[in-house]
Design a binder for this molecule. Structure first.
Ligand code: SAH
Length: 484
């Protein structure tokens, strides 16, 4: 099946994107390595708000954390005028109104998705001109291989003649465009699709609409669930703010690429009185600062839950732990949907197959910046805790099975990206060939990509082992490719 899909796929090159020639600096958090112990680069900002009570919230105890020792990059401060932005005023307003600090999760959610001024809401943040770059923007082969995965699952589902294909957080829509173009010869598959884009940003929704070459249907009175058709394959496309809004009742394939890393995380720090939540407050000079909660916070329940899923030794060595309740909830929703409607989900992101210690990062224009500096002007993202996703899915439903994580390199390699790059190289210009090779190594390589002839400090870093792939499928579907 795989070979057939790869051999029959169109062999045209998407375009010569300047992304090919762009290299993210090696300290980009989206290319971070992960391994042993770490020091929190932000711990110097923490002011301990001590109280005398002995609030011991110590959960059972962990080992996996993020090694950023070789990646130190002094935080850059923006040189914006000192007057507060709308978002800063809004955040300060919340803190003032509450009469105390807010969780990092609440801060992160506001910074990324505040409907007026969130980082993602009003602009295109991707690519060389933006703030960071993602795999679909690196090479057309990424979306094509995800398409191969989706088609294989569709076959395992018995080739249903109607399927919901849902993408969570589609960015520019590039993955979906490449998926559809790659699959366009497989009419039975493309004609079965109802595409649902789950996207909070009106600006990105418009960009997705345009990149998918969508035409709006005239005769729809339903402004909320406006339906369009992608002229790439004649496939209906609908936009939603959340997965819950995607109509149920059809077998469903869900794709989440670099979506989970944008979900808000709570951070905990071990103090003499036990685990305390790290919070965001306003200092006397009116700047934001981190403080520790004097007593247990509601999110402590999620910390306890996460720690129960971990080995005692895994927790014991950690001074910091991140938990993502929104990732747990989303996984439950995915598992419930797949359990009732059939199908499966593919999650690809950077992360760990275990407890994440302290990974939250801010990145602006491809550089590390201070998490608290000029919120809304930089991306915030955190490592994805794949073990927590597995436990959440298994807890939600006995009808689903979880597979992986495996590295992106294994995933794309097993799906046949080598055959794909060879096929594309038969039919392209010299420039395109160069871009295809660079893109290929960016996707599957570990460390620096070969074929790089630019300055050493800009050598592209492979995403092959830093990114992981996991599948959640209805057990009826058996084991999905390439997790057998
Ligand atoms: N998958 C794309 C983009 C990843 S960036 C790629 O790989 O290129 C994260 C995407 O998720 C953006 O499109 C952002 O607008 C969207 N997003 C972030 N938080 C969201 C939320 N809570 N609800 C819906 N969309 C969200």
């Amino acid at each position: 099946m795989l070979r057939r899909l790869l051999l029959q796929a169109p062999t045209s090159c998407r375009r010569l994107s300047n992304a090919y020639h762009y290299s993210a600096p090696s300290h980009s958090p989206r290319f971070f390595s992960s391994s042993s112990s770490s020091q929190s680069p932000n711990s110097s900002f923490i002011e301990h708000v001590e109280d005398n009570a002995n609030h011991s919230t110590s959960p059972p105890s962990a080992t996996v954390s993020v090694d950023r020792s070789g990646l130190y990059n002094p935080p850059e401060h923006s040189h914006e005028p000192s007057s507060d932005s709308e978002l800063v005023k809004h955040l300060k307003g919340i803190i003032k109104f509450r009469g105390g600090p807010i969780s990092i999760a609440e801060y992160m959610e506001e910074v990324l998705t505040n409907p007026k001024a969130g980082f993602y809401i009003n602009r295109d943040v991707f690519g060389a001109e933006g703030d960071f770059i993602t795999s679909p923007e690196v090479s057309q082969m990424f979306g094509e291989m995800v398409g191969v995965w989706a088609m294989c699952l569709w076959e395992q589902m018995g080739q249903p003649n109607k399927v919901n294909l849902v993408e969570l957080g589609p960015g520019r829509g590039t993955l979906m465009v490449d998926l559809l173009r790659g699959a366009s010869k497989f009419k039975n598959f493309t004609e079965s699709l109802q595409i649902h884009m789950v996207e909070c940003s009106p600006t990105l929704q418009k960009l997705q609409h345009s990149n998918l070459k969508c035409k709006d249907e005239d005769n729809t009175d339903d402004k909320v669930n406006k339906r369009s058709v992608s002229t790439l394959t004649g496939t209906p496309v609908t936009w939603h703010a959340a997965l819950e809004q995607v109509p149920s009742g059809l077998p469903t394939i869900i794709i989440a690429h670099e979506f989970y890393d944008a979900l808000p995380v709570h951070q905990f720090q071990k103090a003499s009185r036990g685990w305390c939540e790290k919070m965001v407050d306003v200092a006397e000079d009116s700047s934001f600062r981190f403080v520790l909660s004097p007593q247990p916070t509601p999110a402590t329940l999620f910390l306890m839950k996460r720690c129960k899923w971990a080995a005692t030794e895994e927790i014991a060595k950690l001074d910091h732990i991140e938990v993502c309740p929104k990732a747990m909830e989303l996984t439950q929703t995915i598992a419930d949907r797949i359990s009732s409607d059939g199908g499966g989900a593919l999650i690809i992101d950077y992360g760990l197959n275990g407890v994440v210690s302290d990974s939250l990062q801010a990145i602006r224009k491809h550089k590390f910046v201070d998490i608290l500096d000029n919120p809304g002007s930089a991306d915030l993202s955190a490592y994805v805790d794949f073990a927590s996703i597995r436990h959440s899915a298994e807890e939600a439903s006995g009808d689903v099975s979880v597979h992986g994580p495996m590295t992106q390199s294994q995933f794309l390699g097993s799906l046949g990206i080598n055959f794909r790059v060879d096929a594309l190289l038969q039919n392209c210009t010299d420039d395109q060939a160069e871009s295809l090779r660079t893109g290929y190594w960016r996707l599957v390589g570990e460390g620096e990509a070969p074929f790089w002839e630019g300055p050493d400090e800009e050598a592209p870093i492979g995403m092959g082992t830093r990114y992981l792939a996991m599948a959640i499928v209805n057990k009826r579907q058996g084991v999905p490719v390439p997790f057998q």
